[in-house]
Write a protein that binds this ligand. Structure first.
Ligand SMILES: C[C@H](O)CC(=O)C(=O)O
Ligand SMILES: [Mn+2]
Length: 342
């Protein structure tokens, strides 16, 4: 890999995609996907539970395989790509970070709700101490005005983040909203700027292109759209589009297509489409990883999952409040029952 690329892609299917397959990755799947990504020259491969290190729990979903084994597997086949991990302070600890670094992870992406950057200080500083490249990952970026986002990005920068990301966790942002956010960050922070999209409103690619136009140089994608909700910006498609635009990513398009078709498609429980649930996430501004939890709750209570998601959006529920999904489902079911009894 050279340093001549205009855009450096982080492939997130082995982390964000974990949500879409209920955290059931096996070592064999990770070995195959990571090796193919490495062979295709993808610069960064993120590997963790969908909710970051130590996310495996009843609240977020139990992993089939210990994520440290998955990280170790990915590192073992990646001689060009760097392995990244995601960590949400409060879920993952400094101990988890150290364990991942000892296994060979080279980049730490520290994720917080868009208004809570201050909880990332210790983790970013420690990742730097461990010699890792650091990213401040500001989730649910639609929930804060631009000035607030800038303030939080500056905090991440002051803690030592090398890059700050605008994260459209709900796939809610419209292209002009992405434009104003990336533009404001480019004007106000000295770090590199990145963008992570979700395709719930079919805008992930358009939003990514706007982010690049405004100067974002770090971009996330998921091969075959294997990410939460309707997935992320589809990596192999992004590589093709950027190549046509004359923008260098260094990624081998044919190898990415083969990986998507031959290795990733068979892993999917069902094809990544914009379903009524994922569309509702984007429409209502709800965290993409809530989709499967809401679907299960809807089945349990025999109610419409869209009603749960819309209500969660109204209540401005954020990542980490997964317990609210059951609460809201219970309330909707009770209200439905009392209507029947009247
Ligand atoms: C923990 C989340 O799944 C992180 C993410 O990918 C997002 O907010 O989007
Ligand atoms: Mn995501």
């Amino acid at each position: 890999m050279t340093n001549n690329e205009d855009i450096l892609i982080t492939e997130v299917a082995l982390r964000d995609g974990s949500h879409a397959i209920s955290h059931q990755y096996t070592v064999d799947q990770v070995l195959k996907v990571a090796k193919a990504l490495n062979d295709a020259n993808v610069p960064y491969i993120e590997v963790s539970h969908g909710d970051g290190l130590a996310g495996s729990s009843l609240q977020y979903g139990l992993s089939r395989t210990n994520e440290m084994e998955l990280i170790e597997a990915a590192v073992s086949v990646a001689d060009k790509s760097k392995i990244a991990i995601l960590l949400l302070p409060g879920i993952g600890t400094l101990h988890d970070l150290k364990e991942a670094a000892n296994l060979g992870a080279k980049m730490a992406r520290i994720a917080t709700h868009v208004t809570e950057a201050d909880v990332a200080q210790q983790h970013i500083a420690y990742a730097k101490e461990l010699g890792m490249e650091t990213v401040g990952f500001l989730m649910m970026a639609h929930m804060a005005p631009v000035e607030k986002l800038v303030e939080q990005a500056k905090l991440m920068e002051s803690y030592g983040a090398d890059t700050v990301y605008v994260v459209d966790s709900a796939g809610y942002l419209l292209p002009e909203q992405v434009r104003e956010r990336i533009r404001a960050l480019k004007q106000s922070v000295g770090t590199k700027v990145g963008f992570h999209g979700h395709n719930n409103l079919s805008l992930a690619m358009a939003n990514t292109l706007v982010a690049i136009e405004e100067g974002a140089t770090r971009i996330d994608g998921s091969v075959r759209c294997l990410g939460a909700g309707a997935g992320n910006t589809q990596t192999e498609v992004l590589v093709a589009v950027l190549e046509r635009m004359g923008i260098q990513t260094g990624v081998d398009l044919y190898k990415m297509m083969d990986l998507a078709e031959d290795i990733v498609a068979p892993i999917l429980q069902s094809p990544q489409e914009i379903t009524k649930d994922s569309l509702t996430l984007g429409y209502a501004g709800v965290y993409s990883s809530f989709a499967l939890h809401a679907k299960r709750a809807a089945e349990k209570f025999n109610i419409d999952s869209r009603d749960i998601l819309i209500e969660l959006g109204k209540r401005k529920v954020v990542g980490g409040q997964e317990d609210m999904i059951l609460d809201v489902a219970t309330e909707i079911a009770q209200a439905k029952r009392s209507l029947v009894l009247k």
